[in-house]
Design a protein around this ligand. Structure first.
Ligand code: CP3
Length: 342
């Protein structure tokens, strides 16, 4: 499939492109007026996430308002714990809260896993089809999921946390059960992502937002084998891996079957290039707080970032855009990338 704006897919095929592609993590959300309108018209986040027509609207808005090169299907990483049997809610100002987090080893063996989760996720697959129709041939569509450890962390902890100490305690106290849970999540993610690709996602991103909580040894033992399996078992579409804050593990990523490594703003591009070579496609890694600066500063920082990183780059932030960011400043970033020429 080739789109009118195909630049995101071109960077993966190694085609000569005149500028890097750009999209923004969390582009479909509270920085946009249409999102706020859609969000206030439903009873809560979960109703929105299960309404294919509204999802299509939220997904397409950043293409139109911000002019980004790709859409990311509006959803959440927490749809997987829910489909496995650990239900969540999003509470205003608190974040995710789970009714029945995993509190005993026995619970793990009763979770749905692998293809058993698919019937519970039909609303996501329907949303892909509706969204694809609305975008038509304009842009590629990114589908995403949380990586096993990040989902594990929420399922054990039962909420967000500054330390995820309960989830980390579990790794020390119950290593065998921890591997069983990582395995069940992995099987579910493989079935889910395969179906997302079948139904029309062109690119897949795996968010390991809480990678930074683990030691290098734990990341190697509890995460890399599962993430490797996911990337290996998915069909041939471009795959982006975002292990936030896991710079200490970068040397272990050699040979994994992802195509782009998304890095946070504290991980130096030069270090990644040293470790993984000049051909490694890097996504990122602009500080989300740069968007609070004046437009001229944003523009020059973005141009400097592209000059320093060179080719094999997808411009993005180092993490999701902060909800109180001025969307005009996001547009300054996007426009600065679009006017750049290598
Ligand atoms: O990128 C996009 O535009 C697609 C939308 C998207 C959402 N969640 C919508 C959302 C994406 C990619 C996610 C991923 C996600 N969800 C991650 C990984 C990325 C990251 O930021 O590290 C994580 C850790 C979650 C879990 C989650 N969902 C949290 C912590 C929260 C509450 C915090 C917050 O941002 O409000 C959510 C809820 C959520 N997911 C909202 C949105 C727009 C806000 C809720 C609302 O509008 O009521």
């Amino acid at each position: 499939m080739t789109y009118h704006n195909n630049i995101l897919l071109d960077v993966f095929s190694g085609d000569e492109i005149s500028r890097p592609p750009v999209w923004i993590m969390r582009q479909a959300g509270r920085i946009l007026p249409g999102y706020k309108r859609i969000r206030s018209a439903v009873s809560g986040f979960k109703e929105l996430v299960k309404s294919p027509d509204l999802i299509a609207e939220a997904t397409v808005e950043p293409l139109e308002v911000l002019g980004v090169d790709a859409a990311i299907l509006f959803s959440d990483i927490l749809v997987i714990p829910e489909a496995m049997g650990v239900d969540y809610d999003i509470i205003e100002k608190t974040g995710p809260v789970f009714d029945n987090p995993i509190r005993s080893v026995g619970q793990i063996d009763h979770l749905r896993k692998g293809e058993e989760v698919l019937p519970k996720l039909d609303y996501v697959f329907q949303s892909i089809e509706v969204t694809r129709e609305v975008i038509a041939h304009r842009n590629p569509l990114i589908g995403f999921a949380g990586a096993p450890w990040t989902l594990f962390a929420y399922m054990i902890e039962g909420s967000g946390s500054k330390t995820f100490s309960r989830a980390r305690k579990f790794l020390y106290e119950e290593p065998d059960a921890a591997h069983r849970l990582m395995d069940a999540i992995t099987e579910s993610l493989i079935a889910y992502l395969k179906e997302k690709i079948n139904r029309g996602c062109d690119v897949i991103q795996l968010f390991d937002s809480w990678a930074e909580m683990l030691t290098e040894a734990q990341y190697k033992q509890f995460c890399i084998p599962y993430i490797s399996r996911i990337f290996e078992e998915l069909p041939e579409v471009p795959k982006i891996f975002f292990p936030k804050g896991a710079w200490s593990s970068i040397s272990h990523f050699k040979g994994m079957a992802f195509d782009a490594l998304s890095i946070d703003w504290k991980t130096p591009v030069t270090y990644v290039r040293e470790q993984l070579g000049a051909n490694q496609i890097i996504q990122g890694n602009i500080d989300p707080a740069l968007l609070y600066a004046r437009p001229m500063e944003i523009e020059s920082a973005v141009h400097e970032h592209i000059r320093l990183t060179g080719r094999n780059l997808i411009v993005n932030l180092g993490h999701g855009v902060y909800p109180n960011t001025n969307r005009e400043h996001v547009k300054v970033l996007v426009d600065a990338v679009k006017e750049y020429r290598y």
